[in-house]
Design a protein around this ligand. Structure first.
Ligand code: SF4
Length: 75
């Protein structure tokens, strides 16, 4: 979800769901996520990633919840 007018600026149009004002997903995977989860994954729009992504902290309760949901061990 994009918050405010400038959020998401610089992200290629093909990686934006303009109707929902968010990044599109393929299943549970963000369209901007490149590589293999749990091995060598990265955000392909890291420098321009949305605010909600900037505020998501590695190791936080939300992060641990997602890792559990995906069957990954705590980092
Ligand atoms: S940081 Fe945000 S934009 Fe980047 S891959 Fe993850 S969910 Fe997608």
């Amino acid at each position: 979800m994009f918050i405010g007018d400038g959020d998401g600026a610089g992200i290629p149009a093909e990686l934006i769901d303009f109707g929902r004002r968010r990044m599109p997903c393929h299943g549970s995977r963000c369209a901007a996520l490149a590589g293999e989860i749990g091995r060598r994954a990265h955000c392909s729009v890291y420098r321009n990633r949305p605010l909600v992504c900037r505020e998501f902290q590695p190791g936080s309760e939300d992060c641990l919840m997602v890792r559990r949901k995906l069957g990954l061990q705590a980092a």
